[in-house]
Design a protein around this ligand. Sequence first.
Ligand code: CAA
Length: 261
Amino acid sequence: MTTFKNIRLERDQALAVVSIDRPKAMNALNYDTLQELKVCFEQISGDHTLKVILLTGSGEKAFVAGADISYMRRMNAHEATEFAHLGHSVMMMIESAPQPVIAAVNGFALGGGCELTLACDIRIASTNAKFGQPEVNLGVIPGFGGSQRLPRLVGKGVASELLYTGDIIDSTEALRIGLVNRVVPQDKLMSTCKNIAEKICSKGPRAIQICKQTINNGCQMDIARASQYEAIQFGQCFASEDQTEGMTAFLEKRPPLFTGN
Ligand code: CAA
């Protein structure tokens, strides 16, 4: 298994826990950290024994405080575009990973950190978490998907306000605008995320994979095409052993034994 310098990868049966681990820089994303995340997600995505991924930040203060400002300061336009492409490739890997990814947001999720949570399927925040896209304070715009995924998640008006003002919001406000699914005390954050993960792990893995694909791809389509697409994806489930097992188990009044086939 690859050893990383700026992130940690732990496995707990079918769960992978990825922690961004640069406490001195509030877990900010520099080039090396993004590269490590890319390698890490390449490995996890191909591991069929892993059913859910949990993404968090080390320590109790920050999830990720953004892209690394000291790294970005001297970049020219070309280098900045390349850096944004790298960031986007990481976000796309997370979004297209076959397993659901849960962001356990344990503190500041600003700029690239907020964007990282947006690429995840589910966001659970601790009460001390703070969110924002403060790029305009630095004279730039989001570069890892914030101007695209935030409006899609919370709506254009609310997203525009956050993106134009650079305001940092607390977890209560994040919950109110639908940016996070739940807010829990910090000492309950990991257990809450693990409970959700365990529940997902107990379902048919093939169905979960197809469901993630269907949500993410369908959201980019108009409703007519998306409905056609869902029908095809629904049909795909019927080519799986899990479908036969799930429906047979229901009729035989016993818990299903899913294999992911
Ligand atoms: N990049 C690099 N270093 C960062 C950082 C970042 N995004 N955020 C924090 N740090 C560093 C600080 O420079 C500081 O380092 P030193 O101890 O060496 O001085 C250390 O982390 C601790 O930070 P603070 O002393 O500022 O801690 P605080 O508790 O007073 O404030 C904070 C915390 C509100 C998160 C504040 O650090 C902050 O505002 N950080 C920047 C947030 C930001 O602007 N993020 C967006 C970046 S741009 C981006 O992400 C573009 C994109 O979309 C791709």
